[in-house]
Design a protein around this ligand. Structure first.
Ligand SMILES: Cc1cc2nc3c(=O)[nH]c(=O)nc-3n(C[C@H](O)[C@H](O)[C@H](O)COP(=O)(O)OP(=O)(O)OC[C@H]3O[C@@H](n4cnc5c(N)ncnc54)[C@H](O)[C@@H]3O)c2cc1C
Length: 425
């Protein structure tokens, strides 16, 4: 079993990393070479700006290349619960922004000719307990009446048409959900940004950021210093660099994934005949999908821990046991890959984007970001060009997470709380 992301191991290596020294002046410096940073870089460079992407590791080496491979529309939240706190109009607008995110990815894949198996399979949300189906039915009424007219309810006695498991009790199908190969998409996006003229520097961690007189900034990296007219922070769940203001608002939460060996066509059809992306209704639930060559990519918050090779392997064993509970027909199936990554969580699970002290930022997608990160990269390029109204996240306040100063010591307690909620309801 390889302890690395299937997406990165099965994608070509990015071939256009800049080898020029990091020095001089650029119009825009972008910190972070994940989907947000690369998408912004491509749009800004296409508009004629000189752009430097400063990535501490390899492009899409963090969340963007380590996720579950789902590119779903809609919010992480129950629409009704979100509407209760921010009103149905704002909640619906945010829902539509995530929809637009999937459209953005689809259009980008087509216009840049990225070979990443993007396909609109639809997503199924699975009731993990009989009582959860009633809740799903209730939320379906609001969704169908507002933002998701084609949503389909799958009754408990029909669920076997969708999933070959005794573990589920009905579900909802969101037909606009999609999936793709995240490594091939990410490398394709990076190549497109480089083709547009962006200089993409790998192994260039940003260690200092200073506002100069006027609008400019001095950006210090491990490989040199440059001056930038504008700066975009697209740093995800990062724990490095001089960004403590963001770090007090983002909690890095480990999430873990296993990928099976390719299944036979019959076995694949027996577990997921409709080949959708699937998520469950538990707080500490699972997410899974098939690849075109019939691997099952099965993820979840197996443990409330950070990701590291030892931690990932422990989580992989928990995930495998859970996978076999749901799909005992996979008992003879080998696990080829196991990996983990850090999700950039906000307290309310809504992303944040804007500008503070002359520095722009977009992050906090809370596990629902393969589409929004690409979308927000394009949007932030417009915002930085003066179109502040383009930002669908504008105006959301963003207090610090209480007690969060360094490593997230409170995660095990949060885990206990959600386990208790899952046991009770
Ligand atoms: C295990 C896992 C499963 C997920 N599954 C899904 C899913 O199925 N569907 C979905 O929609 N979303 C999913 N997500 C979330 C999604 O992957 C992210 O929201 C999205 O990729 C965020 O992209 P990003 O560019 O903002 O951040 P990232 O991809 O994290 O990129 C940030 C980059 O910034 C760099 N960086 C940080 N600090 C510095 C610094 N000081 N100097 C230079 N560079 C720096 C990092 O190295 C990193 O490459 C998942 C996330 C994880 C971790």
């Amino acid at each position: 079993m390889k302890l690395e992301p299937y997406w990165l191991d099965s994608a070509p290596r990015f071939s256009s990393a800049s080898s020029v020294p990091i020095e001089g002046k650029v119009d825009v410096a972008i910190v972070g070479g994940g989907f947000t940073g690369l998408s912004a870089a491509r749009t800004l460079a296409k508009a004629g700006a000189s752009v430097a992407v400063l990535e501490s590791g390899r492009v899409v080496g963090e969340a963007s290349g380590r996720n579950g491979g789902h590119c779903n529309n809609g919010l992480a939240h129950d629409l009704g619960s979100l509407a209760a706190s921010i009103g149905i109009e704002r909640a619906s607008a945010l829902y539509r922004a995530f929809d637009a995110g999937v459209d953005t990815v689809e259009a980008l894949v087509a216009s840049e000719g990225i070979d990443c198996d993007f396909i609109r399979t639809g997503k199924i949300k699975l009731a993990a307990k009989p009582a959860h189906f009633a809740k799903l039915q209730k939320s379906a009424e609001l969704l169908q009446a507002t933002v998701e007219p084609d949503l389909a309810v799958v009754k408990p006695d029909e669920i076997r048409n969708e999933i070959g498991s005794n573990g589920f009790h009905g579900g909802l199908v969101f037909p606009r959900g999609a999936h793709m190969h995240m490594g091939r998409f990410g490398v394709g996006l990076a190549e497109a940004a480089a083709r547009a003229g962006a200089a993409i520097h790998e192994n260039a961690a940003v260690t200092g950021l200073e506002r100069l007189a006027g609008q400019a900034h001095r950006v210090v990296t491990m490989r040199g210093t440059l001056e930038a007219g504008q700066v975009l922070l697209a740093t995800g769940a990062s724990r490095q660099g001089p960004f403590s203001w963001l770090r007090r608002r983002i909690v890095p939460v480990g999430s873990f994934i296993i990928a099976t060996e390719p299944l036979s066509a019959e076995l694949a059809a027996s577990i997921m005949p409709t080949r959708r992306t699937a998520t469950t209704t538990m707080n500490i639930g699972n997410y899974f999908r098939l690849t075109p060559d019939n691997r099952l990519i099965f993820g979840g918050r197996a443990r409330f821990a950070l990701s590291s090779p030892t931690s990932d392997a422990k989580s992989g064993a928990i995930l495998k046991a859970r996978m076999l509970e749901l799909f005992p027909q996979l008992s003879g199936t080998g696990i080829d890959y196991c990996w983990g990554g850090l999700v950039d969580m906000t307290a309310d699970r809504l992303p944040r984007a804007g500008e503070r002290d002359g520095v722009f930022y977009a992050l906090g997608y809370s596990g629902h970001g393969t589409q929004m990160s690409v979308h927000m990269g394009q949007i932030m390029a417009r915002v930085m060009g003066g179109d502040a109204a383009a930002n669908p996240l504008a105006g959301l306040d963003w207090p610090v997470v209480p007690g969060h100063f360094g490593p997230p010591w409170f995660l095990p307690f949060v885990g206990m709380y959600y386990r208790y909620q899952d046991w009770r309801h």
